[in-house]
Design a protein around this ligand. Structure first.
Ligand SMILES: [Zn+2]
Ligand SMILES: [Zn+2]
Length: 84
């Protein structure tokens, strides 16, 4: 168990402040519209928005970070991110 459960409970997505789920070696934002995925390196989660992965929820293509509005280059789905 790389990350203690009590630590996981107080951690939040750096972008939308939603709670995080541990899935394998990554932390997934529980907010489906955000969907950021944070890598864990040497048992330390990398909680940086610019380092996080964000696959398209419709086609799972990697999305590029582009301010608060993102358009999937593959399926054309548009996502908005509201920074809190
Ligand atoms: Zn999030
Ligand atoms: Zn897509």
């Amino acid at each position: 168990m790389p990350i203690p459960k009590d630590l996981l409970e107080i951690m939040a997505c750096a972008l939308c402040k939603s709670e995080l789920r541990l899935e394998g070696e990554e932390l997934h934002c529980a907010n489906a519209e955000c969907g950021l995925i944070y890598a864990i390196k040497d048992d330390i989660p990398i909680m940086l928005i610019d380092e996080a992965r964000r696959p398209c929820p419709k086609c799972s293509t990697q999305r590029d970070w582009n301010d608060d509005e993102l358009k999937c280059g593959k399926c054309g789905a548009v996502f908005r991110y509201v920074r809190k």
